[in-house]
Design a protein. Structure first.
Length: 400
């Protein structure tokens, strides 16, 4: 097979995904890179083999030598960029969250359906070993039928990753209960086999609201994301605008009756996700979320507290970023662009995770008022659940 020729929009924190996509002779190459910051282009150009470079992504849309686009830019840019790329007939990998509003997500979905161009949304946690292991345990019936899921998300580097740049601004993200939680809400839906239909939430800006900030237009500090302060109250040089919450809790009722809860804290000393899934015949819980960590199952009882378990599963070893998930998700994307069909990720699920996070954020900022999550047009659901029809635009084919 000829390599799929990929253009990359955005060379920020997800530049690692572009590097995972550059596999000359193995299915895909990064043929073009684009960023509004020319210094970012200079920093990354040597990671690829003489790619086309530009600062305006629209320069790539009419090029016949670009087959697909990775959109890994800030969240608020996703709608316009994705729609432009889809309209140009370029298959799109769109980084999560799909967008910062429900309306933006639905516009992207309609553009993909109306143009017949393939859309893939990068919820890479569906390819993380710990998530796939938990789902396998559930599907095997080891804990019976899932009835409730609890997620605690400890974010020790929150003050550095999310409060020193655009992530701290509502107009760029809506809020971290959407931006950061979109991963976990998607996983909750995947594990539970349903989508959130009703939410309420509470939260606040409890630590980072009063810490020293940089003046508008000044660069992030030297050593950003290499040097970290502790305790969190010692952090300095935060973004000039901070109007998102650093603590949030969210309750969900899913359309299949499952009750779920999500909690996010950006000033904890450790960084991992802890899932508990309780079914009709037991419960599972992960202890760590990286390769080599453990998922424990208790499915006998009743007993008092016990540190041991009935079954212990080890998260498989993996290489690469995000526990090996980035390589797996790029491979699935390339296969999908060539062949179409079903994928482990889902544009419908991506939209529903944004919708749940968006409505939870409204609840959080309105005293915990419960809100219904807007449903998606059934015709769009059917189109994407059907695997999306093949694009009429030629896809790289076998040589000869």
């Amino acid at each position: 097979m000829e390599d799929l020729r990929i253009g990359v929009l955005g060379l920020g924190l997800r530049a690692s995904l572009a590097k995972a996509a550059h596999r000359p002779g193995m299915g895909s190459v990064v043929a073009a890179i684009c960023d509004t910051d020319p210094e970012a282009v200079k920093r990354h150009v040597d990671s690829f083999d003489d790619p086309v470079t530009c600062q305006d992504y629209r320069e790539l849309l009419d090029r016949d030598d670009i087959d697909a686009i990775l959109v890994v830019t800030p969240d608020d840019t996703h709608e316009a960029m994705a729609v432009d790329c889809l309209s140009a007939g370029k298959a799109v990998y769109l980084e999560k969250p799909m967008h910062i509003t429900i309306e933006g997500c639905d516009t992207i979905l309609r553009a993909a359906r109306d143009t017949g161009t393939r859309l893939y949304v990068g919820h890479n946690m569906r390819h993380m070993g710990v998530v796939r292991l938990m789902r396998e345990i559930i599907q095997k019936g080891v804990i019976g039928e899932p009835k409730t899921i609890w997620v605690r998300h400890f974010v020790s580097y929150g003050g550095d990753y999310y409060f020193k740049d655009w992530h701290a601004e509502r107009e760029r993200t809506t809020g971290l209960l959407l931006q950061k939680a979109a991963h976990d809400l998607d996983v909750v839906h995947w594990l539970a086999g349903g989508y959130t239909e009703r939410v309420n939430a509470f939260g606040d800006l409890m630590v980072y609201g009063d810490l020293p900030r940089r003046a508008p237009g000044t660069p992030r500090p030297e050593g950003w994301l290499r040097e970290f302060d502790w305790p969190p109250t010692q952090r300095r040089d935060l973004n000039h605008r901070i109007d998102v919450e650093d603590l949030s809790v969210m309750n969900m009722r899913l359309d299949n009756g499952v009750i779920a809860a999500y909690q996010q804290c950006h000033f904890s000393p450790d960084y991992f996700r802890n899932y508990t899934v309780i079914g009709t015949e037991g419960r599972l819980e992960n202890f760590g979320d990286r390769p080599g960590d453990t998922v424990k199952v208790w499915n006998t009882g009743p007993t008092a507290y016990r540190d041991d378990c009935d079954i212990a599963y080890k998260v498989p070893e993996a290489l690469g970023t995000h526990g090996g998930a980035d390589h797996h998700i790029i491979a699935e994307f390339c296969r999908f662009v060539r062949e179409g069909g079903q994928t482990d990720t889902s544009p419908v699920a991506a939209r529903m995770s944004v919708a749940a996070g968006y409505m939870a954020t409204l609840s959080l900022r309105n005293g915990g008022t419960p809100y219904e999550v807007p449903s998606l047009d059934p015709e769009l659901v059917a189109y994407f659940d059907g695997g999306q029809p093949a694009s009429e635009r030629p896809i790289p084919h076998e040589k000869g």
